[in-house]
Design a protein around this ligand. Structure first.
Ligand code: SF4
Length: 304
């Protein structure tokens, strides 16, 4: 099959049949963490890459014989699906002929465009990405077409709030890029204002397009979730082998220092391993021995 992949059991969308509408690694971004590989054609203009009838025919043939369960038909794949000019016709075809829900996974870069919004108005779930709220980090991390500014991404994200689709916003954290205190604070403000139906936290898994893209720890994601405090947040990273060798020195240092003065997270991260820091902070918070303030200072809860 040329366009269909799966069905696969996906953590986010249950049993999902994928439709890939884009030639291999044709994308408006070249994210350093991309699991598919480096972008070979970086474009922002929409095109009809394939014959529409051929795509419809493949879908028809597959679904005619398929007897299994299907939660979603997902438009995703090896590039940015909204770059396909025939996206609207394919969505209409799916909605008019089949009972399945349709999901769209997108990097959000073209959601500012009227024609894209028109095309996706019947979609049931949109999974857009937003990895950073800082333009300089955005250009390094997502390596977009230079004309696709972060402001356009944000404009697009607010546009889709007017559609009927549920929005499962995804943020992927990369060590040393968007895992700063400033970024976490910006996300808190943004997420509490934007209110997605779900905020999905993720990090680098499998093999990234650029070897230097490294994952953050599960403990960091847990910290972000708790700090932002948005109820509809889900961590989509379950490390199999991320075991924590407990370093009691980190906890001791936090407790003793916080008794004397507020402690800055940056200071801790310069002294100890990142996993150890976030593990200890999460644990001490759960035990109610410390609190993390809005400006990311660690303070003791013990009365003097
Ligand atoms: S937007 Fe998606 S397909 Fe494009 S480079 Fe980034 S991760 Fe890869």
């Amino acid at each position: 099959m040329k366009y269909i992949f799966g069905p696969v059991k996906s953590r986010r969308l249950g049993i999902s049949l994928g439709i890939d509408l884009i030639p291999y690694k044709t994308c408006s971004f070249d994210c350093i963490y991309c699991e598919v590989g480096k972008t070979t054609l970086k474009i922002k203009e929409r095109q009809s890459f394939f014959k529409l009838e051929e795509i419809k025919q493949e879908i028809e043939e597959f679904l005619k014989n398929y007897r299994g369960k299907l939660d979603y038909i997902t438009l995703a794949g090896s590039g940015e699906p909204t770059l396909n000019k025939n996206l609207g016709e394919i969505i209409d075809f799916l909605k008019e002929n089949y009972p399945y829900k349709v999901a769209l996974i997108t990097n959000s870069s073209l959601l500012y465009k009227e024609d894209v919004l028109k095309d996706i108005e019947k979609v049931d779930i949109i999974v857009p990405s937003l990895d950073t709220l800082t333009p300089s980090i955005y250009f390094k991390l997502n390596q977009p077409d230079p004309e696709l500014s972060l402001d356009l991404i944000l404009e697009g994200l607010y546009n889709i709030k007017n559609l009927k689709a549920k929005i499962f916003l995804e943020t992927l954290f990369v060590k040393g890029y968007n895992d700063t205190q400033e970024e976490i604070q910006k996300f808190k403000e943004f997420i509490l204002n934007y209110q997605p139906d779900e905020w999905q936290l993720n990090t680098v898994v499998r093999f990234p397009a650029y070897k230097f893209a490294k994952p953050v720890s599960y403990y960091f994601l847990k910290f972000v979730k708790d700090f932002v405090g948005y109820k509809k947040t889900k961590i989509y990273y379950y490390p199999n082998k991320e075991t924590q060798k407990i370093n009691l020195d980190v906890e001791k240092y936090i407790l003793e220092t916080a008794k004397r003065r507020p402690l800055d997270l940056k200071e801790l991260l310069s002294l100890f391993d990142e996993k150890q820091v976030y593990y200890a902070v999460n644990k001490l918070k759960t035990l109610k021995k410390i609190e993390v303030t809005d400006n990311l200072q660690i303070v003791t809860t013990e009365k003097r």
